[in-house]
Each structure stands twice: as C-alpha cells, then as structure tokens.
Design a protein around this ligand. Structure first.
Ligand SMILES: [Zn+2]
Length: 129
C-alpha cells in the first residue's frame, strides 16, 4: 500500500503498531493485544471511528486475535482476495478509510460460519455510541 494516509490515519495519531497494521497491512503478534473494556458494546475503526462490529458478534476463537462472526453491517467493510504469503485469504478493510483490519475465514461459528480475524490495534472499543 503506497497511498498517502488520510489525516486521521497518520502515524502520530495512531501509534506505530496501529499505523503498520491499518496502513501497511501488517499483522499484530497473536495474543499481543491487552484486550478491550469488558463493557464495550461496539468496536470502531481506529482511524476513522466508523463502527464496524458489535460485541454481540464477538467470540473467543482461540486464535489470539479478536474474532467476530459478522460485521455490524455489510456496508462497513470491504473484502478483497489477498495472495500474500503464499496463501489465498480474504482481506478485510474499513469501507470508509480503507484501513486494513484483518482477514475473514470460513471456519467461524453459526449463524454465519465466518471468522473475522481482526487486529486488536485496528479497533477502538466503545461502551456506547
Ligand atoms: Zn476506517
């Protein structure tokens, strides 16, 4: 990704790791994120603050990354085939700022069967909106 980040996505605001993940497509080390506020009801994009996920779709996948079985709406995320690292994966990014969030896999729980495997640093937890 060589595009110039939007002002809200610049490094001083985000910090190094969130910048690397959202703007350069990096992946945080599993189990590295300290976790979110237990009262969090929503998870927003760390760059642009668009609400992406609800706590009602969050589950413990054991992968070491925050996992959700569905986004809050199909319009808030973009999905794209990603052939990096010799694998075919589906990259998930924020529809508003195009920041990289993580990947989606087909091994999630019901009802969707999907696992949105999201970098913790790409999300901001919100108790209310
Ligand atoms: Zn965003």
């Amino acid at each position: 990704m060589s595009k110039k980040p939007r002002p809200e996505c610049e490094k001083p605001k985000l910090g190094t790791m969130a910048y690397k993940v959202t703007q350069e497509g990096a992946t945080e080390i599993p189990f590295s994120h300290p976790g979110f506020d237990k009262n969090a009801k929503y998870f927003a994009c760390v760059c642009c603050d668009q609400i992406l996920f609800s706590s009602s779709t969050k589950y413990e996948s054991g992968s070491g990354w925050p996992s959700f079985f569905a986004p809050i709406s199909s319009t808030v995320i973009l999905e794209r085939e990603d052939f990096d690292h010799g694998m075919t994966r589906t990259e998930v990014s924020c529809s508003k700022c195009k920041g990289h969030l993580g990947h989606v896999f087909n091994d999630g729980p019901k009802p969707t069967g999907l696992r949105y495997c999201i970098n913790g640093v790409a999300l901001t937890a919100k108790v209310s909106i």
